[in-house]
Write a new protein. Structure first.
Lengths: 417, 269, 292
């Protein structure tokens, strides 16, 4: 008896596999999209509507993990092995170069036309093309914003010095315990904060694919973040703050300014919020003559090179990123659209008056470096910055060290010296 | 007293999982009143959800069983001759070889995953449950060899010498004289190997990506990662119960062999 | 005759070489190469740069410290609790067989299965531990969201799972100690504590050493538990060396560096195992001198 049961199992397994195979072999074209869990939820109605309109295609969504990186891990684990069950992938803006360089994506310009991005809002077109091809079509836009208290000041600060001055005045008057909260934890959010300040001081992260993190502007930007903590404008707990913690502090009235993404707007203005109607948004402060930068973070759909239903998948991609679909996503779920016409749509503007300001901020969007090794560059950056913020190392030696480590990373990753 | 503490320590977490898996979701997050034995009643909904999922949960158990069975067979086929030869080898050679094998037994398998990943990529072994037996057999061999050679040593040399007198060759002696005596030891080893393969995670994680081919361990991890959004802990708990049940059964059925296998290995290994 | 024995061993030994030795040699070569998406996942020689990068990599050293901390505390706990459990299971009590089986159950369960279970048990505020604390009027413990605490939660889960294994190894040793030694000691008027110190521990030494080395090697390679329980978080405070090596390959697609990290963690393992072995030898000789 014990000798027979492996055989039995083999038989059972074959049966199950044959059954699955039989299911897959009928005429309908199956298109599978991998999305993070919240997007899978938000697009469920759209997917159902698509399937009603397209009897020949069956679009299904694989509900991925909530955490951004975990979604990518799931996709990569199947792509590395050469057989992916997905046709479309909803990607964060920072993944595009990595996936494109790995050869996992299908260029989209052949399917959507060279002018596919023409009717996007300025700023939303960034981060979709890399190395001369279009790899991704943006579904929702996201950008870093400076939130300010309209009940405490006439106008928001436009330079770092103004932000400091207003904070000191409000703190001295006892109106807020702290001036400015932002994301200072050792994670990607800190890199987003830093990109805005770096631009605001006139610096660059990479110039012609080489790091410039020991430039005077880069050191100034770092020193300013540390200075905020030393001067008592930002609480020392910023070193452990991600978006939820910053929002919590700001919403509790603990700070006059906050750096966060558009989602915080709805949270701050929902019924019962103590700050309802008392918050304004604008772009990040910068030195005179330098741009007010908003780090762009967007999600977009990409077509996988290994897909066996490319035409049907492109059909689904067009549908999910269409004007009507984006309108629904905004009305029901509050996602910022990427199509220009929607920012002027009276119905949307009535529901979301803040869209006008978001459009302005989007036009100031800056990208984090477009490089396949972005994730590791960013890991080096936010580690070093976090230890500067906690006072573990001085800004100047920190940036020298960071520059050296970034250069070495480029060499060992096969980029040129 | 001490025995009770041991029982609670060992069984407590499992009992809590069983309890959670039978409670409706609302009862789990209903605060203290609803948490422990409060209102809400009992439900099998979490189990039904798992068994009718896509793919259904039992697929993972079948996959694990298949990989475990084929890996055990392959491991024993390689380990038995090796263990026999090792037990008949001169003292010095046997000692140093055994030491190397013991070192391999302690080696953390996760450090091998990158090389094995490249193997799977280059030789197209990914997403193939039977191919997974190749690395698994390698990982289980050290333990199997140590266990089996200890038992081979226990068999008196006179028995084999008598067989030689009767004109039996090496192969015949192994098949007709030694192996029948080895059955208990081989059963212990087979059970331990099976448990190891059933539980193995890093290699399965890198070799399998199709969700209908996942073994239990990576499937659990995928379930864990797939929904931090809400808190479906009832479903999680049901998954841990279903995932542990076969092994608990195995342990209860074969406790003697498993425990003697482990202790034998310790005494003589 | 002898060559026949070697022939019988050959398949298994070759298999072992292929699975254990070949990867290490492959890593040694790969650690001198750049192999990322920038090189089209093809190797390109970079000399010793990967090793310099490892030396300067704050994340590698942070993970080394975290892995050592986790291993030291959990293995120490496992040895102490394992010894206690073994002594308990060795006593001639009713239901001993059943108790042995039950206490071994945690070891047999897949790590990922119970790691998922522990996530719920450690849940703040709905897990049983926090429910209990709140019921006693205490505040809940953020087991999985506070960098200062989460690694201890991982230690806890690991100890739960592997203590039975240590206990069983030590139980085997206890069964090998002749009972008349204890009787003789009792006649000389030695108490329970003294006979533990003067008979049990010295005679158990080889088993303790095996259990210690085996557990240390496994703990230094901790991966399954961390990946499912915490994913390395919060803020990377529980990331282990093995997880970092894994992420370098599977998330960053940086195979050359992943191999370097792998060899780096192997080196850490060798150093720790050697130190543990030496410390053990030393304590054994001093103990022997004391007894003399």
């Amino acid at each position: 008896m014990p000798r027979r049961w492996p055989l039995l199992l083999v038989g059972l397994m074959t049966g199950v596999l044959l059954g699955l195979w039989g299911l897959a072999a009928n005429a309908v074209e199956r298109v599978n999209v991998l999305m993070p869990a919240p997007f899978a939820e938000a697009t469920a109605d759209l997917v159902a509507a698509f399937n009603r309109d397209h009897p020949g295609i069956e679009l299904s969504v694989t509900r991925g993990p909530l955490e951004t990186e975990a979604v990518s891990d799931l996709a990569i684990s199947s792509l590395l092995l050469g057989s992916s069950p997905y046709d479309l992938l909803l990607m964060d803006v920072t993944w595009t170069p990595k996936y494109a360089a790995a050869g996992w994506l299908e260029p989209l310009e052949g399917w959507l036309g060279e002018d596919a991005l023409a009717d996007l809002a300025p700023g939303a077109e960034l981060g979709n093309a890399f190395a001369g091809h279009l790899w991704r079509f943006p579904l929702v836009a996201d950008m870093g914003l400076l939130y300010w208290r309209t009940d405490l000041m006439q106008a928001p600060p436009r330079t770092p010095a103004e932000l400091e001055a207003i904070s000191r005045r409000l703190q001295a008057a006892g109106q807020v315990p702290w001036g400015y909260v932002w994301e200072g934890k050792q994670y990607e959010g800190l890199s987003c904060v830093y990109v805005e300040m770096l631009r605001g001081f006139g610096g660059r992260w990479l110039e012609q694919e080489q790091p410039e993190l020991n430039s005077a502007a880069a050191v100034q930007a770092t020193a300013w973040l540390r200075h905020l903590v030393e001067a008592g404008i930002t609480p020392p707990t910023v070193a452990n703050m991600a978006e939820p913690e910053a929002l919590q502090a700001f919403q509790a009235g603990d700070a006059a300014f906050m750096r966060n993404w558009p989602y915080a707007w709805a949270e701050l203005n929902k019924p019962g919020s103590p700050l309802r109607g008392k918050v304004g948004i604008t772009t990040m402060v910068s030195e005179t003559g330098e741009p007010h930068a908003a780090t762009q973070g967007s999600w977009g759909l990409a077509l996988l090179a290994g897909s066996r239903h490319k035409a049907a998948a492109v059909e689904a991609l067009r549908y999910l990123t269409s004007v009507e679909a984006q309108k629904q996503l905004n009305l029901r779920w509050g996602y910022t659209p990427t199509r220009l016409s929607l920012f002027n749509d009276p119905e949307l503007l009535a529901a979301n008056p803040v869209l006008a300001e978001l459009k302005l901020a989007l036009s100031d969007a800056v990208l984090r470096p477009l490089t396949p090794i972005y994730a590791q560059l960013s890991d080096l950056l936010y580690r070093e910055l976090n230890s500067v913020i906690t006072g573990g190392i001085q800004p100047e030696p920190a940036m020298e060290q960071l520059q050296g480590n970034s250069e070495r990373l480029l060499i060992t990753a096969g980029g040129q010296r | 007293m001490a025995r009770l503490a041991l029982l609670i320590w060992s069984l407590g977490p499992m009992v809590w999982q069983l309890y959670t898996s039978l409670r409706p979701t609302e009862a789990l997050t209903g605060g203290l009143g609803g948490g422990l034995g409060g209102p809400g009643g009992w439900t099998f909904a979490h189990y039904q959800q798992l068994l009718h999922g896509n793919p259904p949960f039992q697929i993972y158990l079948l996959n694990s069983a298949l990989v475990g069975a084929s890996s055990t067979a392959l491991t024993l086929a390689l380990a038995v001759p090796c263990a026999y030869a090792l037990s008949r080898l001169g003292r010095n050679a046997s000692r140093s070889l055994s030491l190397l094998v013991a070192a391999a037994a302690a080696f953390p398998a996760v450090l091998l995953f990158l090389a094995l990943l490249e193997l799977a990529r280059n030789w197209h072994l990914a997403n193939n449950l039977l191919a997974l037996s190749l690395p698994y057999a390698g990982l289980c061999l050290p333990l199997a060899i140590l266990l089996l050679q200890a038992s081979f040593r226990d068999i008196p040399m006179e028995l084999e010498e008598a067989a030689v007198m009767e004109g039996m060759g090496l192969w015949q002696r192994l098949r007709w004289v030694l192996l029948p005596l080895m059955t208990p030891a081989m059963a212990s080893a087979a059970l331990l190997i099976f448990i190891f393969c059933w539980n193995e995670y890093p290699i399965a994680l890198t070799w399998l990506s199709r969700s209908d081919l996942l073994t239990l361990a990576p499937a659990m991890a995928r379930i864990a990662g797939s929904s931090v959004y809400t808190i479906p802990y009832g479903a999680f708990a049901a998954a841990t119960v279903l995932g542990s049940a076969p092994l608990i059964l195995l342990m209860l059925l074969f406790q003697r062999q498993i425990i003697s296998g482990l202790t034998q290995g310790a005494i003589k290994g | 005759m002898r060559w026949k024995l070697w022939l019988l061993m050959a398949p298994a030994l070759l298999w072992l070489l292929a699975i254990f030795a070949a990867p290490m040699l492959h890593y040694a070569w790969l650690s001198t190469q750049a192999e990322t998406v920038l090189t089209g996942l093809q190797p390109r020689p970079v000399g010793a740069e990967q090793w310099l990068r490892l030396w300067n990599d704050a994340r590698f050293w942070q993970d080394t410290w975290q892995t050592l901390r986790f291993s030291a505390v959990s293995v120490l706990l496992e040895m102490v609790l394992g010894l206690a459990m073994a002594l308990l299971l060795h006593q001639p009590l009713r239901g001993r067989g059943a108790l042995r089986t039950i206490s071994l159950l945690p070891w047999a369960l897949p790590t990922t299965v119970m790691a998922l279970g522990w996530r719920w048990i450690f849940n703040d505020p709905y897990g049983p531990i926090n429910q209990l604390l709140q019921g006693l009027g205490l505040s809940g413990v953020p087991f999985l969201s506070d960098p200062a605490i989460t690694w201890l939660a991982a230690v806890w889960a690991d100890t739960w799972k592997t203590t039975p294994f240590v206990a069983l190894l030590l139980l085997a040793g206890l069964q090998n100690i002749p009972a008349d030694l204890y009787e003789a000691a009792a006649l000389e008027g030695a108490g329970a504590w003294q006979s533990l110190r003067r008979i049990t521990l010295p005679l158990l030494t080889p088993y303790l050493l095996i259990a210690l080395l085996f557990r240390l090697a496994q703990a230094l390679g901790v991966f399954d538990l961390i990946q499912v329980l915490t994913g390395g978080g919060p803020a990377g405070s529980t990331e282990s060396l093995a997880l970092y090596a894994y992420l370098n390959a599977m998330r960053f697609l940086d195979f050359g560096y992943s191999a370097t990290v792998m060899l780096g963690s192997f080196a850490v393992l060798l150093v720790v195992a050697a130190l543990a072995g030496l410390a053990f030898q030393w304590s054994r000789t001093t103990q022997a001198e004391e007894l003399r």
